[in-house]
Unconditional design. Structure first.
Length: 232
């Protein structure tokens, strides 16, 4: 049941916690395409008032994850096409940003990227919150290293499609390890000032990320009896 997995993470507005949990439910297929979302039922099931719920539903509709269904409330849509389009746009934007970054990145920025990768390798793979923070930081550094204001703004416009910790929960642990390895390969290309390679790595990285979101089959890890995370 949806209410069994619902939680309000961190210190953030109630509507955002509702949005994040419903978004995960849609992306993980706990809410299947065609499922109807009735405000009164959701409000009772999730234990929140209808005002933050409506804000969350409005954002999900904006993302293309649900659609209005008249008096019946909302209906869950199939997000695959929107996600694919969004990640193809990200690949174009961030691939070109990486190409420019290879020309313009500074040594301190390369060092920050190295430290980011090292931190990502050192933390528990089950710590999806911290890994999501490091992932966002990594992509931000690369985008800003392009020194292109228009590209940076385009990157900012796509921030909602950068993996959240909820998104990471639906990936296998091996997929998560591969993402970190690809980040390291990108830093190597940037340090060598190889724009072609940097562009290629980013595009492949983001296309694979889209495939994982579209074809996920299980959470990032399962709990063993001693509550440790078991690799996929």
């Amino acid at each position: 049941m949806l209410e069994d997995t619902f939680k309000l993470p961190r210190r953030e507005p109630t509507w955002k916690g509702v949005y994040r949990n419903l978004r995960l439910a849609v992306l993980s297929r706990n809410l299947q395409p065609g499922a109807r979302l009735i405000e009164t039922e959701l409000s009772q099931a999730l234990g929140v008032s209808r005002t933050p719920l409506r804000e969350a539903l409005a954002k999900l509709k904006q993302d293309g994850l649900i659609a209005s269904a008249g008096r019946a409330g909302y209906i869950v849509t199939d997000p695959r096409q929107d996600i694919a389009d969004a990640y193809h746009v990200r690949a174009a934007i961030e691939g070109y940003a990486a190409r420019l970054a290879a020309q313009n990145i500074t040594n301190p920025e390369i060092q920050r990227l190295r430290e980011n990768v090292a931190a990502n390798m050192a933390i528990e793979l089950g710590d999806t919150v911290r890994r999501a923070e490091l992932n966002l930081e990594f992509h931000e550094i690369v985008a800003h290293a392009s020194r292109s204001p228009r590209l940076i703004q385009a990157f900012e416009n796509q921030r909602e499609f950068i993996f959240t910790d909820e998104d990471m929960q639906i990936h296998t642990l091996e997929a998560c390890r591969q993402f970190v390895r690809e980040h390291e390969l990108l830093v190597d290309a940037l340090e060598l000032r190889d724009g072609d390679k940097a562009d290629q790595i980013v595009r492949a990285h983001l296309h694979r990320a889209a495939d994982l979101l579209l074809n996920n089959e299980r959470p990032a890890g399962t709990k063993t009896k001693d509550n440790s995370v078991e690799a996929a």
